[in-house]
Design a protein around this ligand. Structure first.
Ligand code: 5MM
Length: 345
């Protein structure tokens, strides 16, 4: 890889995990966005998605705490209400534009109930086009479910890790920083120890495959799930244990060259996601990578509910989006406390 390209990748990755800032995941595919809108009685149309996403990216003050935003294919081609392309608006606001490039998790043949993420065919060409459209990073999400003692299978972890690594190599060839997202789902009755075991195995395989495919580790951002109890587990691990186990797992799996780790929220409540991130950053640990957020739901759900599809609520929704970004920005520096939620609400 040319030296200049290596430096571009390193610098972009560092910008994405800059101190006190994190990433806004606003790359819901059409079915996911439709489902979220439907719950709130919002019409499922291209124009409504544009209005909503415009509201998010133009929220005053967002850029102070948001370093990057992940767009969906439709959005990267749309214009904001003021007439800029979304990537151009983001760049002006000091937010690095990114794009989701996987085509979704599909059933893994031969392994009932397990999934592998697709989207490698034609990816080189799509990445070149996205770069032209203004993207500077990309995202691919692998979905790993825990079910009993034998799921996920080794085959499922390997297939997903291999696809993530092939995607990452193609991104770097196109001078785009890959966000590498192996999500271990929270669904299920498993305890935190089982989540730890699966998350560790998944992350270990991902880094084996990234090395195998010659991916520059300084030029990626890892987007993992936190190590938590399953959503239906009878005894839920407390905040301090989640922070402890998540950091322990990362120390065992993530090489020092990786500049940053930006967590997904995975169905945690807004405040829980903030508190967990804060606890990981607040303990005076000397960690080799930045720990920040790349939340979708935990940044957006309150703002979307306040908006409700009505332009009259736009400003109120923007304030809520900016507030959540601020809370998580503080958590990324370990400077958040629950009092701040109350004071600023
Ligand atoms: C914003 O949601 C993303 C897209 O999801 P679909 O492809 O299923 O529509 C999703 O990949 C998201 O970026 C991550 O899961 C993190 O989001 P959460 O809500 O878990 O923080």
């Amino acid at each position: 890889m040319p030296k200049m390209q290596t430096e571009t990748l390193r610098q972009t990755a560092r910008d994405m995990v800059a101190p006190g800032r994190g990433i806004l995941a606003m790359d819901e595919s059409r079915p996911t966005c439709a489902a979220r809108f439907k719950k709130l009685g919002i019409a499922d149309s291209e124009e409504k998605r544009r209005e909503y996403r415009d509201l998010l990216v133009t929220a005053p003050g967002l850029g102070e705490f948001v370093s990057g935003a992940i767009l969906f294919d439709e959005t990267i081609r749309q214009q904001t209400l003021a007439g800029d392309s979304f990537p151009a608006h983001l760049a002006k606001a000091g937010i690095v534009p990114g794009i989701k490039v996987d085509t979704g998790a599909k059933p893994l043949a031969g392994f009932d109930g397990e999934k592998v993420t697709e989207g490698l065919d034609g990816l080189r060409e799509r990445l070149a086009e996205y770069r032209e459209l203004g993207a500077r990073f990309a995202k691919w999400r692998a979905v790993i479910a825990i079910a009993g003692a034998d799921k996920p299978s080794r085959a499922c972890l390997m297939a997903n890790a291999h696809a993530l690594a092939r995607y990452a190599a193609l991104c770097q060839e196109a001078a785009l920083v890959p966000i590498v997202e192996p999500e271990v789902l929270m669904d299920g009755g498993h305890d935190i120890a089982r989540c730890f075991e699966v998350t560790r195995a998944a992350q270990q395989m991902v880094f084996e495959q990234l090395r195998e495919q010659n991916v520059l580790l300084e030029g990626i951002v890892l987007k993992p799930s936190m190590v938590v109890s399953g959503a239906d587990c009878a005894t839920r691990a407390p905040l301090a244990e989640v922070a402890e186990q998540t950091v322990r797992c990362l120390k065992m799996t993530v090489p020092h060259e990786v500049p940053g780790i930006a967590f997904l929220s995975g169905g945690q409540s807004d405040e829980e996601a903030t508190a967990h991130l804060n606890a990981m950053n607040a303990r005076g640990r000397n960690l080799p990578w930045a720990l920040t957020f790349s939340y979708g739901r935990a940044l957006q759900q309150a703002a979307m509910a306040t908006w409700g599809g009505d332009a009259a609520n736009r400003e109120a929704a923007q304030k809520i989006a900016a507030h959540r970004a601020r809370m998580n920005g503080l958590a990324a520096s370990g400077a958040w406390s629950a009092d701040m939620e109350k004071l600023a609400a």
